[in-house]
Design a protein around this ligand. Structure first.
Ligand code: HDL
Ligand code: ZN
Length: 414
């Protein structure tokens, strides 16, 4: 049915975005099969590394004294500092309130123990269903690391039995510290050497293919420093061009590069200790140009990389850009990035992923982003209506299904 006026437009876009079934293409959550690796509940929400970093801005407690505390004790400290002693206005802190409100809890009570009782009463299978239902997420892609000693036994003994959880093969240790990780491959029966001779190249390819098949991984992924550069005289450059690219092409899966992480600038903050740096867009250009038969998914961590990344996506149809990653996942930046992308690429990109580390975060990360994306879509449809373009409800649903899910699956199946 044709959209008659701007009031109808607003209602249709907001309702359609509210109802859309989302494919969340990058998360750190796990299906129930992975046991304690699946984090959920109020204390995990409170000790999320985004809140830990913010907590230390107010607290003079020694880092290791904090990390020695139990999660509950850490959560108590964070609740008192970031919610009670200071108003919870930052994105990840207010996100906790969004989760509580969407779950129907009494946010006004500020009663942490009451919230704990609610989560303690939850049965995990039912709670996973509830979180997917409230957030509108239909499926998530996990981050699956064969070098993780807690995760790999699950793949070897149980496997993933929840079809809502898809796999992605994460290879940071292989690409970013081969000199340390190669001996793990030797342990696992891959005949590789530290200097990555030709036989090692073939063995690394076998390792990659074996793991993609074991996990049924949808793509291969790696996070990379701002200095990431190809071609260059380095093990990482050789591994990407001689191992990752050929195996991804052979298996017809994308290679996802997440560029711009400065690891552990403050190691005492542990997971919260990473920072950001501007990446080199020339390397993205080089890979997309040199390997036209390969598919690349790219997200960059620096705000300063976003316009050139969008322009690069205009040059290479084998490049799919995605998400407002990590330090960019703030309303002011999501709005700017999504407007740049929609004005530059139309609807041929993936606007968001949650990066959720705690199951319940799906609720707030998607609630917050859907509101912003709705607003931008209304503006863009309104602009074309001003040019007498008649848009229909069906076309709006088609577009929204595309950016929240189909663009990903169609890119995989190209
Ligand atoms: O490397 C990554 O996938 C990042 O998302 C890191 O896991 C980071 O710690 C994070 O959780 N960002 O949201
Ligand atoms: Zn991540």
């Amino acid at each position: 049915m044709a959209i008659k006026d701007k009031e109808m437009l607003k209602k249709v876009v907001e309702n359609t975005v509210e109802e859309v079934k989302i494919t969340d293409i990058h998360t750190h959550i796990y299906s129930k099969d992975f046991g304690e690796l699946l984090l959920w509940g109020i204390d995990e929400l409170l000790v999320y590394h985004y809140l830990v970093a913010e907590f230390f801005r107010y607290s003079s407690i020694e880092y290791d004294e904090f990390f020695k505390k139990t999660k509950r004790e850490q959560a108590d400290l964070i609740w008192q500092t970031l919610f009670i002693e200071h108003s919870p206005v930052s994105e990840s802190v207010r996100g906790v309130l969004t989760v509580l409100k969407k779950l129907g809890l009494d946010v006004e009570s500020r009663n942490l123990d009451e919230y704990r009782q609610y989560f303690d009463s939850m049965e995990l299978n039912d709670y996973i269903d509830k979180v997917f239902e409230i957030s509108g997420v239909k499926e998530v892609v996990m981050t699956n690391d064969p070098f993780d000693d807690k995760e790999s036994p699950v793949w070897n003994e149980i496997g993933n039995n929840d079809s809502r959880f898809k796999a992605a093969l994460r290879i940071d240790p292989l690409l970013n510290s081969y000199e340390d990780s190669y001996n793990r491959l030797v342990e696992w029966g891959y005949n590789v050497t530290k200097d990555l001779d030709q036989n090692s190249i073939e063995e690394v390819k076998r390792f990659l293919a074996d793991n993609v098949k074991k996990m049924d991984a949808l793509y291969m992924a790696v996070s990379l420093p701002p200095s990431f550069c190809i071609p260059e005289d380095s093990l990482r450059s050789r591994l990407v061009e001689n191992c990752v690219i050929p195996v991804c092409r052979e298996l017809n899966i994308p290679f996802a590069m997440m560029i711009g992480v400065n690891k552990l600038v403050n190691y005492k903050l542990q997971l919260a200790g990473d920072s950001v740096g501007k990446g080199n867009i020339r390397t993205v250009e080089y890979l997309c140009n040199t390997y036209p038969e390969n598919k690349f998914m790219v997200t960059m961590l620096s705000k300063e990389n976003q316009h050139e990344l969008a322009i690069t996506a205009r040059k290479f149809r084998n490049l799919m850009i995605f998400g407002c990653w990590w330090f960019l996942n703030n309303p002011s930046i999501i709005e700017e990035m999504t407007r740049i992308r929609m004005e530059t690429l139309g609807l041929s990109f993936i606007p968001q992923h949650s990066d959720a580390r705690v199951l319940d975060q799906l609720i707030y990360k998607w609630d917050h982003s859907k509101k912003i994306i709705s607003k931008i879509l209304i503006d863009k449809y309104s602009d074309i209506m001003d040019n007498d373009w008649t848009i229909t409800e069906e076309e709006i649903k088609r577009d929204i299904d595309n950016i929240f899910s189909n663009n990903f699956w169609e890119f995989l199946n190209k």
